[in-house]
Design a protein around this ligand. Structure first.
Ligand SMILES: Nc1ncnc2c1ncn2[C@@H]1O[C@H](COP(=O)(O)OP(=O)(O)OP(=O)(O)O)[C@@H](O)[C@H]1O
Ligand SMILES: [Mg+2]
Length: 286
């Protein structure tokens, strides 16, 4: 006998304030099962142009799997994932390649090719297109390196010679290689010390502003989360239980939300957010 599915209305489901047009990513009634383990159960989520949408949830709640499903690297058991309006599971190889040219991904583990130099790692997505002459690629790689604050002197280094922060920057430069509209970040600041982490946050902020990117990010780091997110999606009980701006999500009465956000670290991060908003308000007044 199959168990009845309890009603799964989210406790909070807020769209962005402005009129934002059609969703860039639309996940509808998605299920993921590995054997008998159900990871996602009837999960829906819409992400709009220009957002920095952060996904949070306990370890093993299926955040990385969800990102991989958005990238077409994994297929959900049931349900639909549309990116740029196209159903990923129905896309043929050519369509998928075309979509890949419009998004960039920074994987949880950095994921540079260890046998390639920094330069060749960043050049690789451009070379795969087989349409750009090598001198154009050369200039574009140096431009991307400059954009992420990696000096040209690092171009010929191997990944094993880079610090953690530099690996993140090089991976980000590679994710930006094809000038994507959509950027996926899985734990972009994990393992960075606080200074590097702040620098990385500032970098994402300025890229978001300058390139008008839509960003989908997974992070456990509250400072990163509060500094960057335009909306937060909370993954618990196998689906999105809350979706909205930070302040509204914090008010949702759910044990995971209380434990995740409102511990001592969370309160401190919130204070910093308040200070930043206050400072920004003062600046706008002057
Ligand atoms: N290919 C697979 N086969 C079987 N189980 C899998 C597979 N991929 C993921 N899982 C399981 O699915 C669950 C969700 O994994 P996922 O990596 O998405 O978690 P996560 O939310 O990203 O966790 P973390 O915060 O630790 O990175 C885990 O229990 C994991 O063991
Ligand atoms: Mg993960």
């Amino acid at each position: 006998m199959t168990e009845p599915i309890p009603p799964r209305a989210p406790r909070l489901n807020m769209k962005p304030d402005e009129d934002v047009g059609p969703p860039v990513v639309q996940i509808t009634n998605l299920w993921t099962k590995f054997g008998r383990t159900v990871v996602h159960q009837d999960l829906s989520l819409e992400i709009y142009a220009g957002e920095i949408l952060s996904i949070v949830g306990g370890s093993g709640t299926g955040k990385t799997v969800l990102l991989r499903q958005m990238l077409g690297l994994e297929t959900p058991t049931r349900g639909c994932v549309r990116v740029f309006g196209e159903d990923i599971s129905e896309a043929d190889a050519q369509q998928l390649q075309r979509m890949r040219n419009h998004w960039g991904m920074l994987f949880q583990q950095g994921a540079l090719y260890s046998a390639l130099t920094v330069f060749d790692n960043i050049a690789q997505p451009m070379r795969e297109l087989r349409a750009l002459p090598e001198d154009v690629i050369h200039d574009a790689v140096l431009l991307k390196m400059n954009m992420v604050g990696l000096g040209a002197e690092h171009a010929n280094k191997m990944p094993s010679d880079l610090s953690g922060g530099m690996i993140k920057r090089a991976s980000l430069a590679r994710a930006l290689a094809l000038e994507p509209q959509l950027l996926f970040l899985d734990e972009p600041t994990a393992g960075l010390d606080p200074d590097l982490s702040d620098a990385f946050v500032a970098l994402i902020q300025s890229l978001h502003r300058e390139l008008g990117l839509t960003v989908v990010m997974v992070t456990h780091d509250l400072d990163t989360l509060f500094a960057l997110s335009t909306r937060i999606a909370v993954l618990a009980e196998k689906h999105v239980i809350a979706l909205g701006p930070t302040r509204d999500v914090l008010k949702v009465d759910h044990p995971f939300i209380k434990q995740f956000f409102l511990g001592a670290r969370g309160l401190r991060a919130l204070e910093v957010l308040d200070e930043q908003q206050h400072a920004a308000g003062n600046k706008a007044e002057n």
